[in-house]
Ligand binder design. Structure first.
Ligand SMILES: Cc1cc2nc3c(=O)[nH]c(=O)nc-3n(C[C@H](O)[C@H](O)[C@H](O)COP(=O)(O)OP(=O)(O)OC[C@H]3O[C@@H](n4cnc5c(N)ncnc54)[C@H](O)[C@@H]3O)c2cc1C
Length: 389
């Protein structure tokens, strides 16, 4: 079945070295210098041209199987791809379609849904955002109150979502909504796809502490979506939602952000003349080992996904390890920058201008989104270690 760009190339047939060379050349030659290592999440208007290029090359979905138009990379090749992206400072785009909607439709969607939605995701023509959290339903997501009512051939949705990353750049949102108010919390929820340009959807950006508008509130006031946009069974959206959180955790658990942090740390240390300081070197080595271990664990979980097997609750470990390692790195960057550690924006260190606080601002929320680390610890305690509640 062809869902978009046909992937002729079997990247996994290349040696790791050959694959790395191809990817590095592509990124170093073509990725615009001015977009490298941005201090904040870029808007779609800023990195669109790069990702349209990736889409045209067939590189937009490195982890999707080839039959769905992805590169079909094995876990080890995927790691190389991420490492090279990080080396070059290539920022993530609004990739919920690639990371979440695609895998969900491959697993739970109908053939008609895959045909309708996968090609525009691959072409970056439709950009998705995640409508899960609500003002009183974050960690306790099953407590969500947004409702969807069937009216003929359409669902009518009412409610409010919040912390919706880059909703102002999205064309579509996947929504968790309550479709049976009488069922037990988790059982009356459905997973719906929604075009957010329809009447009844309003998006309001939220300004964060760094002055950026990365996430939004989304108000749903009698917003309509065709009944055919229900993914999985009616009232069984929780199963779909949970599997998607697994994909999200594996993504957040990739070594990408800590590797970026290590690069900034080493640049700051070099400019501060710290690279030969034995105490600093010991701390750096510990962090480098933590990131290397993270790469191994990530490879383990990525292999499970690659085999098409479901991720178990242990994947929570990955999210904790990645985000807390990143936070330790971000804190050491500030310490290493000395007097400049608290300055916002680019700081002149030697011949370089470095945004010291950018990794810190990226690292702080990472232990919250995708399910807070306290909740991940609860999952590990109860479901993996069988400790009493
Ligand atoms: C940068 C960023 C981007 C985001 N993007 C999106 C998005 O695109 N779409 C979306 O739907 N959501 C998004 N979110 C929301 C995110 O999923 C929620 O913030 C998260 O689930 C926590 O929910 P909350 O903010 O309501 O905090 P709460 O659930 O109110 O938690 C507050 C604190 O209490 C702790 N806590 C809560 N319950 C327990 C418990 N049972 N045991 C121990 N500790 C507990 C939590 O760990 C946390 O420290 C984003 C968040 C951030 C920070």
């Amino acid at each position: 079945m062809n869902y978009g760009v046909v992937q002729e190339q079997d990247w996994n047939a290349l040696t790791d070295e050959a694959f790395r060379a191809v990817v590095r050349t592509e990124f170093e030659t073509h990725h615009p210098q001015q977009l490298r290592f941005p201090p904040r999440r870029l808007r779609w208007s800023e990195n669109k041209s790069w990702y349209l290029r990736m889409a045209a090359k067939g590189w937009i979905a490195p982890s999707w199987p080839r039959e769905f138009g992805g590169m079909g990379l094995s876990p080890s090749k995927m790691l190389i791809f991420l490492e090279e992206q990080e080396r070059c400072g290539i920022a993530r785009f609004q990739d919920h379609g690639i990371l979440m909607v695609g895998p969900v439709l491959m697993r739970f969607g109908t053939e008609a849904q895959r045909r309708r939605y996968l090609p525009p995701i691959l072409a970056c023509e439709e950009i998705w955002c995640q409508g899960y959290s609500e003002p009183n339903a974050g960690s306790d997501l099953a407590g969500l109150r947004t409702e969807a009512r069937l009216d003929g051939e359409e669902f009518v949705i009412n409610g409010q979502k919040t912390w919706t990353t880059l909703a102002h750049d999205a064309t579509h949102m996947f929504v968790l909504a309550r479709t049976d108010k009488n069922a037990k919390k988790q059982q009356g929820i459905s997973f719906l796809l929604l075009d957010i340009k329809v009447p009844g959807v309003s998006v309001r950006p939220i300004r964060d502490i760094a002055g950026h508008e990365e996430f939004c509130e989304v108000f749903l006031d009698n917003a309509r979506t065709p009944a055919s946009n229900l993914v999985g069974e009616l009232n069984h959206g929780w199963t779909v939602a949970k599997s998607l959180l697994g994909f999200e955790r594996i993504h957040i658990g990739s070594p990408k952000l800590p590797e970026y942090g290590l690069q900034v740390l080493q640049s700051v240390a070099r400019q501060q003349g710290m690279l030969n300081d034995p105490v600093f070197r010991e701390r750096l080595a510990r962090l480098q080992l933590d990131v290397a271990h993270l790469g191994d664990i990530y490879g383990h979980f990525a292999a499970i996904v690659g085999r098409g097997e479901p991720l178990g609750p242990e994947v929570s470990l990955l999210k904790i390890w990645a985000t807390e390692t990143f936070q330790r790195i971000a804190e050491l960057i500030i310490e290493t920058a000395g007097d400049c550690g608290g300055h916002s924006g680019d700081v002149r260190l030697g011949e370089l201008g470095i945004d010291i606080l950018a990794p810190f601002y990226k690292a702080r929320p990472s232990t919250i989104y995708g399910g807070s680390n306290e909740i991940q610890r609860n999952i590990l305690a109860r479901q993996v270690l069988n400790l009493p509640a």
